[in-house]
Design a protein around this ligand. Structure first.
Ligand SMILES: Cc1cc2nc3c(=O)[nH]c(=O)nc-3n(C[C@H](O)[C@H](O)[C@H](O)COP(=O)(O)OP(=O)(O)OC[C@H]3O[C@@H](n4cnc5c(N)ncnc54)[C@H](O)[C@@H]3O)c2cc1C
Length: 327
């Protein structure tokens, strides 16, 4: 039995103050990740600060951006008319995640903050530099079928698990946060980080910074998008590899393109080189294959996950083909 205190707050200021005052406190939103981690003994907050009453559930258009509050539920976002119309890639990625029941509880902020699914991280009897810095990385030479092929370090090869975040990195979202030092805006690409020497840090938030919400700018990607998730089961499973593809086409010419990749790195992976290569080219399978080969430069397998070196480019090509087909 784990003992902890529980309080509810109703303003962002009170939420930030509660963590600033108490180093052992942690916010709880939907609880779908945090409670699992507490049950397994991976995290042990002494106080849970429930933020579900904060006024951060809005989904609305403000000028040329779509604004989504941190406490909007994954299911509400994925079914909202504004999201379906203007950011269908985000809706697809959300619907590919977890199960309907979990999406009904899970919040946007919690989804961004969810921890890796590396089995060594989830087992306190195993070495894991992310859970306990300095103990080593069990996955490097161990069970690493789900693990990263880009941006790894000798301290950690875990992957970021969210589907939603793969679409958000492709869509150039901005994260709005509030902390003891005030508010700031973080480009989505800079929100999550690579493990380097500090694998215990998943993102660039400072302790006590609360996610208020997201802004997604308008884009020309309402028609040709596809989120392709390859996984062991068709539901309730994390991505082996996923690709978020968005195309703006004039005839067969690619006028603009965005590509994000999941299941391959410690952060949502943006395929910048492939995007530059594709701009102005014809949308054909041969061109997609060249882009995919470019995107895979620098990829490295660790044994059990070597199959991702082939699955990765195939998933990129297939996602681009599917995005092209949509009228
Ligand atoms: C069986 C299962 C399968 C799943 N499959 C998938 C999947 O396929 N794809 C996928 O993407 N996800 C999947 N998930 C993960 C799920 O999407 C996350 O658990 C969920 O999004 C977390 O949101 P939450 O609101 O429940 O967060 P919580 O569990 O409440 O919180 C998680 C963390 O976020 C912090 N936090 C919450 N809100 C904020 C905020 N506003 N600011 C700062 N910190 C905050 C909390 O303090 C905590 O540390 C799965 C989960 C389960 C249990």
């Amino acid at each position: 039995m784990i003992n902890f205190d529980y309080i509810r707050v109703s303003t962002p200021t009170a939420a930030v103050d509660a963590l600033a005052k108490d180093k052992a406190a942690q916010w709880i939103a939907g609880g779908t990740n945090l409670i699992d981690l507490m049950k397994k003994g991976v995290l042990n907050p002494q106080k849970l600060v429930d933020i579900n009453n904060l006024p951060l559930k809005e989904i609305r258009k403000e000028g040329k951006v779509l604004r989504i509050g941190a406490l909007a539920l994954n299911s509400d976002v994925s079914e909202h008319e504004l999201v379906l119309q203007s950011q269908p890639l985000l809706a697809q990625a959300l619907k590919a995640g977890a199960s309907q029941q979990i999406r009904n509880m899970a919040t946007v902020g919690g989804n961004m903050m969810q921890r890796t699914r590396c089995p060594y991280f989830y087992n306190p009897d195993m070495p894991c530099n992310k859970r306990e810095p300095g103990t080593g990385c069990g996955a490097l030479k161990g069970f690493n079928r789900m693990h990263a092929i880009f941006g790894t370090s000798d301290k950690c090869i875990a992957v970021h698990p969210s589907d939603m975040c793969i679409a958000l990195v492709a869509l150039d979202a901005t994260v709005l946060v509030a902390g003891p030092k005030g508010e700031r805006r973080i480009p989505f690409q800079n929100f999550h980080r690579l493990p380097g020497e500090l694998p215990q840090r998943d993102n660039t938030l400072e302790r006590g910074e609360l996610i208020l919400g997201l802004e997604i700018p308008d884009n020309p990607f309402a028609d040709h998008v596809h989120y392709l998730k390859v996984r062991d089961r068709s539901s309730y499973a994390f991505a082996l590899v996923s690709v978020a593809a968005a195309l703006a086409l004039k005839g067969k010419t690619i006028q603009d393109v965005r590509l994000g990749m999941g299941g391959v790195a410690h952060k949502p992976w943006r395929l910048v080189e492939a995007e530059s290569f594709l701009k102005g080219k014809q949308a054909t399978e041969a061109v997609f294959r060249e882009a995919a080969n470019l995107a895979m430069r620098g990829a490295k397998g660790y044994g059990q996950n070597n199959f991702k070196l082939k699955l990765g480019p195939n998933t990129i090509v297939e996602a681009l083909k599917k995005a092209t087909e949509k009228a």
